[in-house]
Ligand binder design. Structure first.
Ligand SMILES: Nc1ncnc2c1ncn2[C@@H]1O[C@H](COP(=O)(O)OP(=O)(O)OP(=O)(O)O)[C@@H](O)[C@H]1O
Ligand SMILES: [Mg+2]
Length: 429
């Protein structure tokens, strides 16, 4: 009786029959390991595995991966930078493919780094009999359970997203909002989110998070070929479990003219490591501003409730419409003046920009101060504040697949009409 009902370990071959036609490849330099990997893979694929002599370098030279590739086993033994190579390889193979590394180094830090770039397992040599098959089975089960190849892998397969946060005027709270949105988004998705402050001279994002500004951002914008997975790992500073940030502090005297496409090249590279990137966009640098908007899938315009704020929100709305017609445009009102005391009302903003305000962020000085004093996102420093409550519903819709342009530019005469009625209203008072 016991033997009839006892749970039995599933054998790789039986599992392969259930699943049918696994496509598997391997690149192995070590001859003993090659024998072990071949035995397991042939077992799992019913003899159809493609096992070659080689290593991660050989694998990286391949341009055309089979689209149905399920499993790749790769020897990292001769890689100078195994994590960088692993990250590059993971982005090259089909998103759903389980990748398992093998190598000489038996080190938990390396193991963690490989998991972080999307590998499913790493096995140190020498390989015991059947160990590769069991590791692959575990990874397939994880994938089938919906946990993905690694935590967050389902998300990794989704398209990269860049949210550009732009204030219509100085001091409207754009940096505060960018940090809070990135913090809330990372916690919600359980996925690492990168914040970038593209104001190389006067950015305040790193200061707000008590993190060190670095020179490397400018270098990276000058020489995008230098950006690889290792570089990003070194320069992105971790603030919380899911929040990383990059920012510079160039000397005010140092001029900087970004090369064409510098921001989009940089963003493309960091997306190898981070699916979601939130950018604090400088208003004072039209070149970088335009480049970031062009490269963004989402733009959040933050305006205060003032006439100049609304005017500039309208001009920025037009800019987004012109240079990134496919981007999703979101609109928030913020600022240090309470809405009911503001000269301009939310309804005025909506009428003038011919669209709804997605998020009305209240003035909340104690919460903003707590964030500054603690060097943390306001979502952590004051999680129950009005600022955070107003941002949460917005953040919960942010990860929906990017749809095509919902951004409509306001009619050209709208601001003029609004400004006239606004002044008329004031005159009557
Ligand atoms: N909702 C809010 N209520 C009260 N104070 C706020 C709010 N949001 C931000 N602040 C405060 O306003 C100041 C400016 O905020 P922040 O730096 O986020 O604005 P910004 O638009 O990024 O400014 P800049 O133009 O300098 O980049 C900070 O002192 C911040 O703490
Ligand atoms: Mg700012």
């Amino acid at each position: 009786m016991a033997s009839a009902t006892a749970p039995t370990q599933r054998q790789p071959a039986a599992a392969a029959e259930e699943r049918q036609a696994i496509a598997a490849m391997a690149f192995i330099a070590d001859s003993v390991a090659q024998g072990r990997v071949s035995a397991d893979l042939f077992n799992m694929t019913l003899g159809k595995a493609n096992v070659r002599e080689g290593s991660v370098a050989t694998a990286l030279a391949i341009n055309d991966w089979p689209r149905d590739l399920d499993l790749l086993v790769v020897d990292l033994a001769d890689a100078a930078d195994p994590v960088a190579d692993a990250a590059a390889l993971k982005t090259a193979v089909p998103g759903n493919c389980v990748v398992i590394g093998i190598g000489q180094i038996n080190d938990v830090a390396l193991y963690r780094d490989l998991m972080a770039v999307g590998f499913s397992d790493y096995l140190a040599l020498p390989l015991a009999e059947g160990v590769v098959g069991r590791a692959a089975e575990r990874a397939f089960e994880m994938r089938e359970r919906g946990g993905g190849v690694t935590a967050g892998a389902a998300a990794k397969d989704a398209a990269p997203r860049t949210l550009a946060v732009i204030g219509s005027r100085g001091g409207v709270g754009a940096t505060t909002v960018a940090i809070a949105v990135a913090g809330l988004l990372g916690n919600r998705l359980k996925e690492e989110v990168l914040l970038i402050d593209f104001d190389l001279h006067y950015g305040s994002l790193m200061l707000a998070l008590d993190l060190e500004a670095i020179d490397a951002l400018r270098e990276a914008l000058d020489q995008p070929d230098r950006i690889d997975a290792l570089f990003i790992r070194q320069v992105a500073q971790r603030k919380t479990e899911y929040l990383y940030a990059i920012g510079a502090e160039e000397a005010p005297t140092g001029g900087f003219q970004a090369r064409p496409h510098a921001a989009s090249d940089f963003l493309r590279s960091v997306h190898r490591r981070f699916r979601w990137v939130v950018v604090d966009v400088p208003r004072g640098d039209p070149v970088i501003q335009r480049q970031v908007i062009e490269a963004s899938t989402d733009v959040l315009l933050v305006t205060d409730l003032s006439l100049p704020g609304v005017r500039d929100a309208m001009r920025l709305q037009q800019l987004v419409h012109d240079v990134a017609p496919g981007a999703r445009l979101h609109l928030a009102t913020s600022g240090m003046v309470e809405a009911r005391r503001s000269a301009v009302k939310v309804a005025d903003v909506e009428r003038t920009l011919s669209r709804k305000v997605d998020c009305q962020i209240p003035a909340d000085l104690p919460a903003a101060l707590a964030a500054v004093n603690l060097g943390k996102p306001v979502s952590e420093a004051a999680p129950n504040s009005g600022i955070v409550k107003s941002l949460k519903p917005f953040v919960s819709t942010l990860d929906e697949p990017a749809a095509l342009a919902s951004s409509s530019a306001g009619p050209a005469g709208a601001l003029l009409r609004f400004a006239r009625s606004f002044k008329g209203r004031k005159a009557k008072k």
